[in-house]
Design a protein around this ligand. Structure first.
Ligand SMILES: NC(=O)c1ccc[n+]([C@@H]2O[C@H](COP(=O)([O-])OP(=O)(O)OC[C@H]3O[C@@H](n4cnc5c(N)ncnc54)[C@H](OP(=O)(O)O)[C@@H]3O)[C@@H](O)[C@H]2O)c1
Length: 220
């Protein structure tokens, strides 16, 4: 499985790239500048030589050519990034980890994107793709460090059953992550918005806390 990451040169994309590659995927870190992405990919490979990470870098279009695509851009740039790639993304599972947030002092506040979430906006902009939402609550710094064990639940939602299944499999392949089917894409709105609460807690407590649901008997 080749996974492309749009905006993959930032902390969020790098963290997902490292963990997916460690789980056995081939990853293409995408960027507006393919050379920059190649440099980032080399840095990630060199950071963990024992893991022989299959991470390459390229343009966002090259990343969009992969089997499955993760969107890891800031919310302001998401639609401008995917718009020209709509044909490349058609028929694919596209996983949004984008949160629409604004910082106000020591507080993060959730913004309300059109259709309630960035993921739903993406689905509307990419009618040929099957959009899922996942990875919103993971601390990027911990994700990028393979010597830091993860222990987190990742809430996954989509309007397409096969996109949910593919994303649950992607997330569940990463050591320490439990993938939880959280329902339809309508759930992306509260999932994205809750990230503002989580980051605010982390700022106040100088922590890298993430989400772990208590009392969940079994996940598929
Ligand atoms: N950081 C976290 O802990 C974390 C965790 C979970 C989810 N997220 C979400 O993941 C997304 C990315 O987070 P991040 O911290 O990695 O963000 P970031 O560093 O600000 O941006 C990621 C990459 O996107 C590209 N980019 C920047 N501005 C852009 C624009 N206007 N248009 C298109 N591309 C642009 C840049 O790559 P190039 O210059 O190489 O193109 C940049 O390296 C956000 O939506 C965030 O809410 C973050």
């Amino acid at each position: 499985m080749r996974i492309g990451i749009l905006g993959g040169t930032g902390p969020a994309g790098r963290g997902v790239a490292v963990r997916l590659a460690a789980a056995g995927s081939e990853v293409v870190v995408g960027s507006r500048d393919g050379e920059r992405a190649q440099g980032v990919a080399a840095t990630l490979r060199d950071a963990w030589p024992d893991h022989r990470l299959a991470i390459d870098g390229g343009s966002n279009r090259e990343a969009a050519g992969c089997d499955q695509v993760v969107v890891a851009t800031p919310w302001e740039g998401t639609m401008a990034t995917v718009g020209p790639l709509a044909d490349d993304l058609s028929d694919k599972v596209v996983v949004s980890m984008v949160n629409a947030l604004v910082r106000e002092g020591r507080e993060f506040l959730a913004l309300m994107p059109p259709r309630g979430s960035v993921a739903a906006s993406l689905q509307a902009a990419l009618p040929g793709a099957r959009v899922a939402a996942a990875f919103h609550h993971l601390p990027a710094a911990d994700m990028e460090r393979l010597d830091t064990p993860l222990e987190a639940d990742v809430l996954v939602c989509s309007d397409h059953g096969d996109a949910t299944d593919a994303t649950l499999a992607l997330v569940g392949g990463i050591d320490g992550l439990r993938a939880v089917d959280a329902g339809s894409l309508a759930q992306a709105a509260p999932i994205e918005a809750f990230t503002a609460v989580l980051i605010t807690v982390n700022v106040r407590h100088r922590a890298h806390a993430t989400v772990r649901l208590a009392g969940l008997p079994a996940v598929r």
